[in-house]
Design a protein around this ligand. Sequence first.
Ligand code: HEC
Length: 711
Amino acid sequence: MHGFMAGQHAFGRLILAAVLASGIAACKKVENSASSVTAESLANADTASGEWLTHGGTYDEQRFAKLEQITAENVGDLGLAWSAEFDTNRGQEATPIVADGVLYTTTAWSKVFAFDAKTGEQLWSYDPEVPGETAFKGCCDIVNRGVAVYDGKVFFGAFDGRLIALDAGSGEEVWSTVTVDQSKPYTITGAPRVVKGKVLIGNGGAEYGVRGYVSAYDADSGDLAWRFYTVPPGPGAKADGAASDDVIEKMRATWAGDWSEFGGGGTVWDAIVYDQEYDQVLIGVGNGSPWNHKIRSQGKGDNLFVSSVVALDAETGKYKWHYQGTPGETWDFTQTQPIILADLEIEGAQRKVMMQAPKNGFFYVIDRKDGKLISARNFVPTTWATSVDLATGRPVEAPNARFENGPFLALPSALGAHNWHPMAYSPKTNLVYLPAQEVPFAYTDDKAFKPREGGWNIGMDYLANGVPEDPAQFRALRAMLKGQLIAWDPVAQKEIWRVQYDGPWNGGVLATAGNLVFQGNAKGEFAAFSADKGEKLWSFDAGTGIIAAPISYTIDGEQYVAVMAGYGGAYPLSSAFVDNPRPMPNGRLLVFKLGGKAPYKIEPIENAPFNIVEQEFAPATVQAGMALYETNCGVCHSGGAIGSGVLPDLRRSGYLSDAEAWKAVVIDGSLKDNGMVGFAKFLSAQDAEAIRAFVASKAKLGAEQEKADGN
Ligand code: HEC
């Protein structure tokens, strides 16, 4: 007995088989691709060359293409040059790399693809065969943000914690190293960076209970060169024999109790940036584990290096300096968001700075020499803190921000005022283009908190964020969620222009020398704006939401703009507020050029009807089911069981009316290979039945509301 989405996925697998077969036939053709990428070419990478050699374009990660063929004047002629369809409808977050005429990208489930960047012919693909059940270890979808290329190899992190090197010409595996303890809930979603012959990679997992670190591996052999732990070993535990050993006591002095029970968090899941001028690596460090500081560290101490930027010596991985934006983090305020390096003129002096707009809502400009804060200003409303004290570098927190006297409605919140979606900086306009958002969350202590091995351990009461059934209340809450593309002057610390969206989780950004800014959005529109004024000049209907950042490159004198399309990630998986949710189509790679005329059409997939279950359930069972649903299922199937389209809407699932089939999925894990793990470890058959009762009540409600709305 298969649900609607299950049928969809089977179809996807058939397409995949066909794609793979054609990929194998073609893989012999390009032999020396990416072999020309050396340490020198990475060090001197210049987007003016027409290549896009590193994650952020060049080591400074400005995501600025110095290409001027496509301009604000002619962008109206931009059209599709070619596109490729992938085999999954899960989130697409990768930034492609272009080297030697080949475009390398990754998709959800950490699959790697190489295309002829001009024609779109697929050269090869590689599937690391990440076990489906590892999907349960990830808070935020089974996404991947891209590869690194160097010395004839393509490097990427697989979701299950492997770092893999492929031959750039053939896509064959060269080496594979397990970078995490795979018995723990670690995942990799971030893109590796290659620095001086080493491949740098971090990991995620701080919602579940892990200890964060970043590692450097030899690019030739895959051997570990150094590792830096971002939180100290537990009290009394011996040193790690790692690059971070020198600062263990510095870190420990900022923690209380036994933080090691939940690992402490501090995962380095996104920004890892090489600062050539000071020969240092800047890492962005994530949230505490659990989120709740009272549980993690008895409510005491700053908890270094959670929610900080840390500068490490590029050769040895040893500590140089840090800046902590959110001391004693308790809101899931990661500071691992993208970092941009630039030279800015500030009060008449040239300063070598890093810029970052982490989840907590403040835009930071920091001196890279010593980590000293130059300036900080909030770029969206921040209810948790009013400002940053420049003398101490610390936020000025609002009363009850730590919910010590009951629930606190925070803005921004766990989804961040800015998340991983890359921002861009144009040295021509001196502006940063920032995909920002406003998503509130009510924080309350979980008074009954009990550790759940392998499951979410955040120490917050989820029910404080219950999704209202009353349509008016629902709409009022929905109206609080916003998104915007902000052009930010980092010197004056002020907004210059904005594009306002009526929802969060829009795409990453590219700026170009043609006075353009490109961004896709949640509704599937890929658009170009003038970089100086923010006027919308061109757009394309991608037919599926865009969250990834575009790139630009040139081949044979023609400039291209490429972007991964495909909605997913933390917000659509967990939120009840995605507009007009419908089953998402498979992800696509879209590549544009002036005069491009490639055909393109995505047929919208209609929702299955609500599955109305005849059986009556006791109200107490429905109530119990709600709590179980929100703690166990809501992070993937959306709060309030209102599906978001990425994963099956359980109210419409065929399984809902069949208790046996439901239990086989939910408890026994019959769909585990597709990412739906069995919950036998956490739930009883009775619990599963209560959740079914809750979802069935939501299906009825959905059908009633649909009728009342007259459609
Ligand atoms: C880590 C993310 C995740 C969590 C948490 C999760 N699911 Fe799923 N679930 C999935 C995925 C992915 C699928 C789609 C599997 C497929 O394509 O076959 C799915 C599918 C299902 C289906 C089949 C729907 C259909 O019609 O095909 C049911 C039923 C289901 N989940 C119930 C639950 C329940 C109940 C919970 C909480 C106890 C839960 N899930 C928690 C990821 C998750």
